[in-house]
Design a protein around this ligand. Structure first.
Ligand code: ATP
Ligand code: MG
Length: 254
């Protein structure tokens, strides 16, 4: 589904990603883990065209997408959430989720102004889809609330609803449960499992190792911008390089 070939990203000459290569297989959940500053978010930004990569190539369904704009990449069927929330604070929850469907609107401004019956029907369909996505995360009742008044955990789940509403082929999630309580985390974990069962391909950046061990098919480990291990959760957990990367960071901050 997704293939990274020797992907590198420098910030002002400092490498944040160095020749990272791995594949994300279709209909599987791949977890991307690594200590703080390892380059996980940078990698998601490069895949989604939010940041240009410095070197290497990215392929999505055998098509090279390196250098395409964020808009072009989302139209191909890749959607994402951000580690730091990016909702429209004044917009209500339903409309925030509807922005995840803008690629499917297919209407011009003139057509929208004429409010043709077909369009009204289409609008209703899109709203139903958005409500369905909100219901999955038990947010249907808050559809008319301005996003800014929601609690943090709800905001995180509105972002998830927006990311899945367009039924993307590839879903990139940057720490979707960070800051959620254990009950909310378990509920989101169940939703991710269900999405995977339905055939969605997911790349999940996550620090919650319990969740990763529970739901990942494959784990990729980054450390200081390099890919240091790829394998099943069990294999990665026992990998000495991985243990060292995490222990090393813990000792440095102790
Ligand atoms: N816009 C930027 N300009 C300069 N340096 C950056 C920028 N974004 C990230 N970096 C640096 O790149 C490295 C990787 O950062 P990144 O945010 O990708 O790490 P991460 O693995 O997502 O960490 P965390 O687990 O804390 O979210 C860090 O050293 C960071 O300081
Ligand atoms: Mg990050």
């Amino acid at each position: 589904m997704l293939q990274l070939d020797s992907l590198s990203k420098n910030f002002g000459g400092l490498p944040a990603l160095s020749q990272v290569s791995f594949t994300v297989p279709e209909a599987k959940l791949t977890a991307l883990i690594g200590p703080n500053g390892a380059g996980k978010s940078t990698l998601i930004h490069c895949i989604t065209g939010v940041l240009p990569s410095s070197d290497g190539s990215i392929f999505f369904k055998d098509q090279e997408i390196t250098g395409l704009s964020a808009h072009q990449i989302s139209q191909l069927g890749i959607s994402r959430t951000f580690q730091n929330l990016r909702l429209f604070p004044r917009l209500d929850v339903l409309n925030n989720v509807l922005t995840g469907l803008t690629n499917q609107g297919g209407t011009s401004m003139l057509m929208a102004m004429l409010r043709l019956p077909y369009l009204r029907h289409r609008e209703r369909q899109l709203k139903l889809k958005a409500l369905e996505a909100l219901d999955r995360f038990e947010l249907g009742e808050k559809a008319s609330w301005p996003a800014e008044v929601l609690a943090y955990g709800d905001k995180k789940r509105v972002e998830l609803a927006r990311a899945i509403v367009g039924k993307p082929d590839l879903l990139l999630l940057d720490e979707p449960v960070a800051g959620l309580n254990s009950q909310e985390t378990a509920a989101v974990g169940e939703q991710l499992k269900m999405l995977r069962r339905k055939g969605h391909t997911i790349l999940l950046v996550e620090h919650d190792m319990e969740l990763v061990m529970d739901i990942a098919d494959q784990v990729v480990v980054l450390d200081s911008g390099r890919c240091i291990a790829i394998g099943t959760p069990e294999e990665v957990r026992k990998n000495p390089l991985v243990l060292e990367a995490y222990l090393g960071k813990m000792e440095a901050t102790a």
